[in-house]
Write a protein that binds this ligand. Structure first.
Ligand code: GLN
Length: 500
C-alpha cells in the first residue's frame, strides 16, 4: 500500500514540471466556487489573493521554489480566529464583524513563507465555543458528506474545506477537541499538538491554558508536512516550547516497522456510551495494530469521567476573563446609542451569541468570591489527577487508542436545545486537552448509508491516538502505518453532492 501524501504529490508534480504552480489552486477554486457558499465553509474567501500570491511565486521561478519551499503552491484554509492582515478576523462573531487585524499570526506567516496559498478564512463556532459549527454568527457550516449533518466544531469550516477538496490542508485550533472532533466528522486527519508546540501569537484567545492551533489534511503525511512548517518555537508566545519537532514528515512514512512491539493502550471501560459504528471502527483499527505486531494493554483513566465537568469549568473561567476585553471601548463592536458607561458595556456585549454569553456567565460564577474554591480550584485539582492518570498509562504504553467521538456526525439542530448533550460530544477529546498531550484524529472506517436508520449518506468514523508530551513524531508514525493498513476510502462523491 503506497503512502498517502497528497501535498507531497502536488509538490513533486510541480518540481518535475508535470504541473504548473496554480494547478492545485485551480482545482480547489473550482470546488469553492461550486459548493463553498451552500455548505457555509468560509467566512471570507480570497481566491484573488491566493492567485496573486501564486503569480508572485511563479515570477520567482516555480520549479526551483518547489524544492525550496515546503508548501509551494499548496492551497490552504485558515480558521477565522487567526489573524491575517488584509482579511477580516471575525471568530465567527458579530462582536468582531469586519475587524481587520493589524498583525499576522505566526502560524499564518510561516504558512505563507513556506509558499502556501491561503484561499480563505473558515467558518467556526463563535469564539471556538461549540462542537457543531451551529454557533457561528455567519450561519452554520454543513458536513460535505451529508449536508443535513454537522461537520463538528469548532473548526468545522477547516475540516469541511479539506474534506470537500477546497484546500489541500487547513489550520484549526483545539481547546477541548475542536480540531479532532471535526476531523473525525469530516473524514480527515487532524492533529492537536502538545500544548506549547505551535505558537498562539495571533490566535484569538478562548481558554489560554488549553488553546492550541494545529493542522488538518486528507492524509497523515500531508498533515505532518503542515505541522513541520507551522510548529516550533516562537519567542512571541511566552508558552511556546523550544524542543525540536523532529523529522515528522519522515515519521509519517515509517511503515509497519513502527508498530512492531509498540505498546498500545486501549480503554477497558468507556466513560460514555459509544455508537456501534464508532466502536466497530475502533476495534478494526485495534486489530490492525495487533496484526502488525503491537502489544495491546487495557488501561483505565479513572478520573476521565470528571473530565467534561473539569473542562467546562476551566474553559468557561478562562473565557470569561479573556472575553472581558470586548467591552466596546477597547475591542470589538461598540453600541451606538449608549448614554452611560454601564449601558455601553451592556449594549455592546449584547453582540455575543447565546453560547458565548452562557459561558461567560458560567465562568464568572465559577471564579466569583465564595465559589472559586468549590469550582475553579477543585477543577484545577482534578485536572492534575487526570494528568497523573495519563502518566500512569504512559508508564505501560507508548500510545493510547480511543474513539475521537462517541457518535457519528449528528444532524443539525439535534443537540442545540440541550447544551449538556452537545458538551458530551467532547467526552473523548477533553482529557488529552486538560493534560496538554498531543493527540491525532484519523479516519478508521466509513459507516455505509443506512436509510432504514435515517442515514442517507455514508459517514466517516474517526479514531484518536494520544501520545506522551512532545511525541508528535510517534503519533505520525503510528497513524501513517495505520492509515496504510486500514486503507479507508474517504473520498466523498462530490458530484453527488455528498449524497452518494
Ligand atoms: N467543543 C468544545 C467546546 O465547546 C471544544 C471547543 C474547542 O476545542 N475550541 O468548548
Amino acid at each position: 500500500m503506497a503512502v498517502r501524501d497528497e501535498i507531497g504529490a502536488a509538490l513533486a508534480a510541480l518540481a518535475s514540471g508535470e504541473a504548473v504552480l496554480g494547478d492545485a489552486l485551480d482545482g480547489c477554486a473550482e470546488q469553492i466556487e461550486a459548493r463553498a457558499a451552500d455548505l457555509g465553509v468560509f467566512i471570507s474567501v480570497d481566491l484573488d489573493g491566493a492567485r496573486a500570491r501564486a503569480a508572485e511565486l511563479i515570477e520567482r521561478d516555480a520549479t526551483r521554489l518547489a524544492d525550496a519551499l515546503p508548501l509551494c503552491g499548496v492551497p490552504v484554509a485558515v480558521k477565522d480566529n487567526m489573524t491575517l492582515p488584509g482579511l477580516p478576523t471575525t471568530c465567527g462573531s458579530r462582536m468582531l464583524e469586519g475587524w481587520q487585524p493589524p498583525y499576522e499570526a505566526t502560524i499564518v506567516e510561516r504558512l505563507r513563507a513556506a509558499g502556501a496559498l491561503v484561499v480563505g478564512k473558515t467558518n467556526m463556532d463563535e469564539f471556538a465555543m461549540g462542537s457543531s459549527n451551529e454557533n457561528s454568527a455567519y450561519g452554520p457550516c454543513k458536513n460535505p458528506w451529508d449536508p443535513e449533518r454537522v461537520p463538528g466544531g469548532s473548526s468545522g469550516g477547516s475540516a469541511a474545506a479539506v474534506a470537500a477538496r477546497m484546500a489541500l490542508g487547513a489550520l484549526g485550533s483545539d481547546t477541548g477537541g475542536s480540531i479532532r472532533q471535526p476531523a473525525a466528522f469530516c473524514g480527515v486527519v487532524g492533529l492537536k499538538p502538545t500544548y506549547g508546540r505551535i505558537s498562539r501569537y495571533g490566535l484569538v484567545a478562548f481558554a489560554s491554558s488549553l488553546d492550541q492551533p494545529g493542522p488538518l489534511a486528507r492524509d497523515v503525511k500531508s498533515c505532518a508536512r503542515l505541522y513541520a512548517v507551522v510548529g516550533g518555537h516562537d519567542r512571541r508566545d511566552s508558552t511556546s516550547l523550544t524542543h525540536p519537532l523532529g523529522d515528522v514528515v519522515a515519521a509519517a512514512s515509517a511503515g509497519e516497522g513502527a508498530i512492531d512491539g509498540l505498546r498500545v493502550g486501549v480503554l477497558s471501560q468507556s466513560p460514555v456510551q459509544v455508537a456501534p459504528e464508532v466502536a466497530s471502527g475502533v476495534t478494526r483499527a485495534t486489530r490492525a495494530l495487533a496484526e502488525m505486531g503491537a502489544e495491546l494493554h487495557e488501561i483505565t483513566l479513572p478520573h476521565a469521567e470528571h473530565a467534561l465537568a473539569t473542562y467546562y469549568l476551566i474553559c468557561t473561567a478562562e473565557a470569561s476573563s479573556n472575553l472581558a476585553r470586548y467591552d466596546g471601548v477597547r475591542y470589538g463592536h461598540r453600541a451606538a446609542q449608549a448614554n452611560d458607561l454601564g449601558a455601553l458595556y451592556r449594549q455592546s456585549r449584547a453582540a455575543f451569541g447565546d453560547e458565548v454569553k452562557r459561558r461567560i456567565l458560567l465562568g464568572t460564577f465559577a471564579l466569583s468570591a465564595g465559589y472559586h474554591d468549590d469550582y475553579y480550584l477543585r477543577a484545577q485539582k482534578v485536572r492534575t489527577l487526570i494528568r497523573r492518570d495519563f502518566e500512569k498509562c504512559f508508564s505501560q504504553c507508548d500510545v493510547l487508542l480511543l474513539p475521537t467521538t462517541p457518535t457519528l456526525p449528528f444532524r443539525r439542530g439535534e443537540k442545540t436545545a440541550d447544551p449538556v448533550a452537545m458538551y458530551q460530544a467532547d467526552a473523548f477529546t477533553v482529557p488529552a486537552s486538560l493534560a496538554g498531550l498531543p493527540a491525532l484524529s484519523m479516519p478508521c472506517a466509513v459507516a455505509p448509508a443506512a436509510p432504514e436508520q435515517g442515514r442517507a449518506a455514508p459517514l466517516p468514523v474517526g479514531l484518536q491516538l494520544i501520545a506522551p508530551a512532545l511525541e508528535e513524531a510517534r503519533l505520525f508514525s503510528v497513524a501513517g502505518a495505520l492509515e496504510a493498513a486500514l486503507d479507508v476510502d474517504v473520498d466523498i462523491d462530490i458530484a453527488a453532492g455528498g449524497d452518494a
